[in-house]
Design a protein around this ligand. Structure first.
Ligand SMILES: [Fe+2]
Length: 193
């Protein structure tokens, strides 16, 4: 599968998968758009960008099985139950093995904000935050903590500042341990998606 192919079949498969849940359909389409935008702004190489865009579309596939098994969509449940259906869907759609393995890994750690192991992982997490900040009604404190502790790309920070101009104020001043707790709070706030 060449990187100039679109992810339309995957996008439609995820729309079908989330039938009846407009919130999650709109969520992953927005995360995909932010991820694609940041990737373009950052000049990400085409192979990594292609992988990132697939991951953005499919990243929350674990919510449905998490709700069925645990009655909760907590991030740790999604990380446990997301990779298997992601692999199954991507295999069915004919994606190459290397992409499937990388996307499954990203699905399985997209609520873990330490040990980020590549720009695809970093940008996926930033794109998810940008959407969740609004969808989850994140507090300004949590937004500032995420801005200061989770965001690493200048492009992601720029998009965050555009939507939440106060995001950088406290983070720029340096907030030490308070920021660590805030980042944790921000992560928990983002836990549902
Ligand atoms: Fe998400």
């Amino acid at each position: 599968m060449a990187t100039n192919e679109t992810h339309l079949p995957l996008k439609l498969a995820m729309i079908d998968y989330e039938t009846g849940c407009p919130q999650r359909i709109q969520h992953f389409l927005k995360v995909h758009s932010f991820a694609s935008t940041i990737a373009e702004m950052e000049g990400l190489d085409p192979v990594t960008r292609f992988t990132l865009e697939a991951a953005a579309l499919i990243h929350d596939i674990g919510i449905r099985p998490s709700l069925a098994k645990y009655g909760s969509s907590a991030g740790r449940h999604q990380e446990e139950l997301g990779p298997a259906p992601a692999e199954e869907m991507l295999s069915r759609l004919g994606y190459p093995r290397a992409l499937i393995e990388r996307v499954a890994r990203l699905v399985g750690r997209h609520h873990t904000y330490t040990g980020i192991d590549g720009p695809d992982c970093q940008i996926l997490i930033e794109a998810d935050f940008l959407v969740n900040m609004l969808e989850e009604g994140m507090s300004l404190q949590a937004i500032r903590a995420a801005y200061g502790k989770v965001f690493a790309t200048e492009s992601g920070r720029r998009l965050c500042r555009a939507m939440f101009p106060d995001a950088e104020r406290e983070a720029a001043a340096g907030d030490g341990g308070e920021g660590e707790r805030g980042a944790k709070a921000a992560g928990e706030a983002a836990g549902a998606a």
